[in-house]
Design a protein. Structure first.
Length: 513
């Protein structure tokens, strides 16, 4: 029979904290043992564990069960982190906790990367633990008086807070290179530090604070379409057996472009908003600090000047078209602050037959062409975020004529993801051709900028063929300004944060101050 609160919780706390460090060792990449890290990381780790334990204990009043729940949560984070590292080459971050709720709203975008069986096993294990804990362990409020229980739980909270204070007296240095920080600080301390950094005051000057308009007075402003194409890159660099005509239209536009080349982007396999915000803001990741990982959580809400706001001040109607939920990544909240007049999301595509699981690029191109057809004297800037080639690719099937149509030489076994990717890539190519043709039919000067947000997630393909370097492809093309043979098809490697300024310079809308 338990005689006191502390007699009941002492062993579960000791065992739980000890095992939490062992669970952490299951991470990929694996952090060093806690005794090889700064002592402050131990205080932060133990402090966070105690706070989680005190919360679970307060809810369920069963110390061993509370220990199990906290350890299960840490194990789940480790499991998710390993799946993320496998797919995206990046450990789990504090900013990724937001995706837990997103996974409930949009399960197809997230759970397949974890693995349906892992997700089901986690749910089953949690359900079993909940049942067993409630049935097998007697709650403390029977043998321990309520006053003692509340006093003990409060003491645990106080000790947890004190440990966090001790660990945080001198801020542990972070590099914002997630692998490095994980190796130096361990899981819980690195999560804590990234959370602290996000709460700190952000003051990031945008490149558009200093943009100088260069358009001649009285001259007509050109229409502009920018396409951020989902997972777009030239897969012929990955496998020489891909038929060249998969990107026939893109090749033709490149040959007539003002500038084109490979693009160094801020993401691998996912995290589209990193590339997206870098393009729109002109800010390099190093200047963003912790906000580089998801700038829409806080930074974009501060109204940092962007390309859209700059064009709006010049007189443009600014429109975003994204055939998915506008609330995803909170775009419905941040885009008005970034200078967009309108946001056309999935509701603008009601009744449209999808291409695979998402709205297809050809249908998306038709929507953009209709916007261009209804333009008035006011110039329009349309920023397009496509969805068709969004994974998980392994949930789709290779179709009958895909192999013959897409390859001159068949790929190695186990590369179905590449075949599915190429099928969608061909539709992106059709979209590029449709937009070029529509812009060519309009009077005056009209421009198209196209770029990929990141390479696709295809771990089996990369295992067989070698992983790409992560660069995507871009081009800048216009109906006026591409006649100079010296500039036609100019190749230039670029970072995504420099693309929008280069685009404005090619259009004659911005000069370097």
């Amino acid at each position: 029979m338990v005689k006191s609160f502390w007699e009941a919780v002492a062993l579960p706390v000791f065992v739980g904290v000890s095992l939490s460090f062992l669970v952490e060792q299951l991470l990929q990449p694996r952090p060093p043992p806690f005794w090889k890290r700064p002592s402050a990381t131990f205080a932060i780790h133990a402090g966070l564990w105690l706070l989680l334990f005190a919360f679970e204990l307060s809810v369920f009043r069963r110390p061993w069960f509370a220990t199990t729940i906290v350890l299960a949560f840490i194990f789940f984070v480790v499991m998710v982190g390993n799946a993320k590292f496998h797919s995206m080459r990046e450990p789990f971050l504090f900013q990724d906790f937001e995706y837990f709720t997103d996974a409930l709203k949009h399960p197809r975008l997230y759970i397949p990367f974890l693995g349906w069986w892992r997700a089901l096993m986690a749910l089953a294990a949690f359900g079993l633990a909940l049942y067993a804990g409630m049935k097998l362990e007697v709650p403390l409020l029977g043998p321990v008086p309520m006053v003692d229980f509340l006093g003990g739980a409060s003491t645990l909270v106080a000790v947890g807070i004190a440990l966090l204070w001790l660990g945080g007296r001198k801020k542990l240095a972070v590099t914002f290179e997630p692998e490095t920080d994980l190796q130096q600080l361990g899981l819980l301390a690195s999560l804590w530090r990234y959370g602290e950094e996000e709460r700190a005051r952000a003051n990031v000057p945008s490149a558009y604070d200093f943009a100088v308009p260069a358009q001649a007075a009285g001259s007509a402003l050109p229409n502009l379409v920018v396409v951020q194409s989902e997972s777009f890159f030239d897969a012929r660099r990955l496998f020489s057996g891909v038929r060249p005509e998969v990107l026939r239209e893109f090749d033709a536009i490149k040959a007539a472009s003002a500038c084109q080349g490979q693009l160094e982007v801020a993401a691998w396999g996912a995290n589209t908003v990193r590339t997206e915000y870098a393009f729109l803001s002109g800010l390099e990741p190093a200047s963003l600090g912790v906000h580089r990982f998801n700038p829409y959580r806080k930074l974009a809400r501060l109204g940092v000047p962007t390309l859209a706001g700059y064009l709006k001040r010049l007189g443009y109607r600014t429109v975003c078209v994204h055939p998915y939920n506008a609330s995803f990544y909170a775009r419905d909240k941040v885009y008005p602050l970034m200078g967009f007049d309108e946001f056309l999301d999935i509701r603008s595509f009601d009744g449209i037959e999808k291409t695979g699981p998402y709205v297809g690029d050809v249908v998306l191109a038709e929507k953009v062409c209709s916007l261009l057809g209804h333009t008035s004297a006011q110039p329009i800037f349309v920023f397009v975020i496509s969805m068709e080639n969004h994974g998980p690719l392994h949930l789709e099937k290779v179709q009958g004529d895909d192999m013959e149509r897409l390859y001159s030489n068949p790929p190695p076994d186990g590369c179905d993801d590449l075949t599915i990717y190429l099928r969608h890539l061909g539709n992106a190519d059709r979209m590029a051709g449709m937009l070029r043709d529509r812009l060519s039919s309009l009077p005056g000067s009209n421009w198209l900028c196209w770029f990929g947000d990141h390479v696709p997630i295809m771990p089996k393909v990369y295992g067989a063929m070698g992983a790409p370097d992560g660069k995507t492809d871009y081009l800048i093309w216009g109906t006026v300004g591409n006649d100079d043979s010296a500039d036609k098809g100019t190749t230039r490697e670029l970072k995504v944060e420099n693309l929008s300024r280069l685009l404005l310079q090619k259009m004659g809308l911005c000069s370097v101050p």
